[in-house]
Design a protein around this ligand. Structure first.
Ligand SMILES: *[C@@H]1O[C@H](CO)[C@@H](O)[C@H](O)[C@H]1NC(C)=O
Length: 327
C-alpha cells in the first residue's frame, strides 16, 4: 500500500478493539479519539496498536473510513457528532469519508441516522451495517497460513458484517478483511438482517431465563434440566451455557431488544397485527433483560466486575429471588 488507508474506530470497547486488531494485522492504520476515556480503555487501545487522537475533528480529517461501534442508544448522537465535525472541517478531501454505522439499531433508526448525513453528503458517505457474531480473534500461531493466502482475514475467526445503502465500499481489500457482505442499495437492509439474527439468539435466551427462573421458584429446576437433556439435548446445552454469560451483558441488551421490537413492528408489519401491542414480543423481552441488569444481585455485581454467573442455576436463583423480593 503506497498510502496507508486509515480507519477510525468509535469506540474502543471489546468489539471495537478486536476489529482494530484485525485491521492492524492486515496493514491498516487504526485511529481513535481517546479524549475523556478511562485509563482501562486507553490501555486497551494502546494494546491494539491504535493511534490515539485528541478530537473528533482530527479523526474526521485523518480517517478514510469511520466505523461506529457503540451501544445502540448512542448511535444517533455519535452520528450527529461526526456530522458536526465534518461540517466544520476546513480540510478539503480528495476522497469522501465513509461512515459505517455498525450498531444494533432498527432499519427505521438507521434511516433517521442516514438522514443526518444529508448536509455533508458531498464529503461523507453513510453506510448502513451490522455485526453478526462475536469479536474477531487472531488465528493461533502456526495454523491458518493456507487460508491467509486465499482471502485476506480468512484465517481469523471473524463476525460477519452485512452492509447496505447506495455506497458500497470502494476498497475491496478492506471489504474482505472485515468479512462484509453487501446487501444492496437500501439503507436498513443490513440493520434489519442484524435484528432478525439477534432476535433468534437473544429471544431464546430470554425465554430460557423465564423458564429456568420459574422452574427455580417452583422447585423443579433440576427436573426441567433432566427433561430438556432427554428430549432436547442441543437446546439444553446451548441455553444453559448462554444463560451463564448474560449478567454482564443484560444491561447492554435492553435497548437492542427495543430496536428489534421496532424492526419487527415497523418493517415486519407486526404493529398491524390485530392484537396490537400484544404482538410486540421484544418490548417484553427488553423487560426480562432489564430485570436481570437492574434488579438482581448478580446483574449488579456482574456489571461491575464483568464476570459470568457460575452456572445457569445461579442466574435462575438470582432472578427468582429478585422477582419474589428476596434479595
Ligand atoms: C472526542 O473529541 C471531542 C472533541 O472534538 C470530545 O468532546 C470528546 O469527548 C472526545 N472523546 C471521545 C472518546 O469521543
Amino acid at each position: 500500500m503506497a498510502v496507508q488507508t486509515k480507519v477510525g474506530i468509535v469506540s474502543v470497547g471489546e468489539m471495537g478493539a478486536a476489529v482494530a486488531k484485525l485491521l492492524v494485522a492486515h496493514g491498516y492504520t487504526v485511529v481513535t479519539n481517546i479524549t475523556g476515556r478511562s485509563e482501562y480503555t486507553q490501555k486497551r487501545a494502546a494494546a491494539a496498536n491504535i493511534a490515539l487522537l485528541g478530537t473528533d475533528q482530527a479523526l474526521v480529517e485523518q480517517a478514510d473510513y469511520i466505523l461506529s461501534i457503540v451501544p445502540p442508544r448512542d448511535a444517533l448522537a455519535t452520528a450527529k457528532r461526526f456530522v458536526a465535525a465534518a461540517s466544520t472541517s476546513g480540510k478539503s478531501r480528495a476522497q469522501p469519508l465513509y461512515y459505517l454505522d455498525l450498531n444494533a439499531v432498527s432499519p427505521g433508526r438507521a434511516k433517521i441516522i442516514a438522514a443526518e448525513f444529508e448536509p455533508v453528503a458531498s464529503s461523507v458517505r453513510f453506510v448502513d451495517g451490522g455485526i453478526i457474531g462475536g469479536p474477531p480473534k487472531a488465528p493461533e500461531a502456526g495454523i491458518g497460513s493456507a487460508a491467509a493466502s486465499s482471502e485476506p482475514g480468512a484465517d481469523w475467526k471473524r463476525p460477519s458484517i452485512p452492509l447496505s445503502g447506495p455506497h458500497p465500499l470502494p476498497d475491496e481489500h478492506l471489504a474482505k478483511v472485515l468479512n462484509t457482505r453487501y446487501l444492496g442499495s437500501n439503507v436498513g437492509a443490513a440493520s434489519g438482517l442484524k435484528c432478525c439474527f439477534a432476535s433468534m439468539i437473544k429471544g431464546l435466551i430470554a425465554l430460557s431465563l423465564q423458564s429456568f427462573s420459574t422452574a427455580e421458584s417452583l422447585g423443579v429446576y433440576d427436573e426441567l434440566q433432566i427433561a430438556l437433556k432427554h428430549f432436547q439435548p442441543h437446546i439444553q446445552q446451548s441455553t444453559t451455557r448462554m444463560v451463564t454469560e448474560i449478567p454482564p451483558k443484560a444491561g447492554r441488551w435492553v435497548e437492542e431488544m427495543h430496536e428489534i421490537g421496532r424492526c419487527f413492528g415497523e418493517d415486519g408489519g407486526w404493529n398491524n397485527a390485530k392484537g396490537g401491542d400484544g404482538a410486540n414480543v421484544y418490548e417484553r423481552i427488553a423487560e426480562v433483560y432489564r430485570t436481570i441488569a437492574d434488579d438482581t444481585v448478580l446483574g449488579k455485581e456482574r456489571q461491575e466486575h464483568r464476570v459470568r454467573g457460575k452456572t445457569s442455576e445461579d442466574v435462575s436463583i438470582a432472578l427468582s429471588d429478585a422477582l419474589h423480593g428476596k434479595e
